[in-house]
Ligand binder design. Structure first.
Ligand code: SF4
Length: 347
């Protein structure tokens, strides 16, 4: 028996036709699961009885479990860090962030990560495995169920590099964004990468319906390679080539994520390099003053810049025409900010 959450619409359609049922049965089943959150095949009333009986023999529905929740409220909204476990006992973290009417869920795509970014806690765990599409979607279903509220935005910025698990991530995205199923608009979903340019090159980049965020984090190759080993394979020039080719409309500019680290990449000459490398018509910049996690070996030599430095950096880019946001990451005090995700309970 398999967990039906791991099947794409196409795979479920193939299952239906291979077993002598109408292809349309797949959509009916998926509506029950993802729209109505009904997980008992026997009460899916518009699905034929024979198909329901067959489903009962071949599939089950199993959501991920929530084993711990940490809560933080900064006065403007809350963030909740969930420790989530799967059928085999593996654990990941997901963060939900509430701000005004927006409920953003930061999902994990892998158990651990093999990219080795030195400012990132997940990197210290090493890599265990890719999550299945069902395990990715399950994070959303479990958190919505727990909070009794709808998630409005998704960011793939939890544990793992989503483009390193692109097949399962694409399957999950399809179900999350399908208006007949979970129905989160693609422009409200961000796929974030440390810069796996080979995978991005495989996309129709001008027509990619989800938002893309690339972690830049340094504007020279020496610093970037030190922070992010991926830069040795895909240096900054590869990012500029890809981004400069893009013909963005107002809403689909690529976001460059930039973790600001004191005296390392927060100087005005770093901002000037960004201005030289990128065009404000192609990218937005999101500055993230470093979150320093407690007891972090990886972050011990790095400090967060002061607010004056952050502001100077931002102003330099803004004056050059860039749209710049500063994300004083929510969830810092519960180690749930960017680069702080690490499953803290071992099985
Ligand atoms: S920042 Fe992202 S890509 Fe880099 S090690 Fe951490 S999880 Fe992996």
């Amino acid at each position: 028996m398999k967990n039906i959450l791991n099947l794409s619409k196409k795979e479920l359609e193939e299952y239906c036709t291979a077993n002598g049922f109408k292809k349309y049965g797949a959509e009916q089943i998926m509506r029950w699961i993802y729209q109505n959150r009904i997980f008992d095949f026997s009460i899916m009333s518009d699905v034929s009885k024979d198909l329901r009986e067959k489903l009962d023999k071949d599939f089950y529905v199993k959501l991920s479990g929530i084993i711990d929740v940490k809560y933080e409220n900064d006065g403007n909204g809350y963030s909740k860090k969930y420790l989530i476990n799967f059928e085999n006992g593996d654990i990941v973290e997901s963060i939900s962030i509430a701000h005004k009417n927006r409920r953003t869920l930061c999902v994990s795509s892998q158990v651990g990560c093999r990219m080795g970014c030195v400012y990132c806690e997940t990197a210290g765990m090493g890599f265990s495995r890719n999550l299945t599409s069902g395990e990715i979607i399950s994070q959303l279903l479990s958190v919505e169920n727990y909070e009794n509220d709808k998630i409005t935005n998704i960011v793939f910025m939890g544990m793992g590099e989503p483009l390193d698990n692109i097949v399962e991530v694409e399957k999950a995205l399809e179900i999350m964004s399908n208006g007949k199923f979970i129905g989160i608009a693609p422009r409200k979903i961000t796929v974030s990468t440390c810069g796996l340019i080979n995978v991005l090159e495989g996309f129709d980049i001008n027509d990619y319906k989800y938002k893309i965020a690339i972690s830049l984090n340094a504007a020279d190759n020496e610093t970037r390679s030190m922070l992010m080993p991926v830069n040795k394979k895909f240096p900054i020039e590869k990012i500029t080539e890809l981004v400069n080719f893009k013909k963005p409309s107002l809403h689909n500019k690529i976001t460059l994520e930039y973790v600001l680290i004191k005296d390392l990449n927060d100087r005005i000459e770093d901002a000037k390099r960004i201005i030289k490398l990128f065009s404000p018509s192609k990218v937005k910049v999101n500055l993230i003053p470093l979150n320093k996690a407690e007891n972090s070996f990886y972050l011990k030599n790095f400090e967060r810049p002061d607010n004056f430095t952050v502001d100077k950096f931002k102003t330099k880019l803004s004056n050059a025409g860039f749209t710049v946001t500063v994300r004083f990451s929510k969830g810092g005090s519960i180690n749930g900010g960017c680069g702080q995700l690490k499953a803290q309970t071992k099985r």
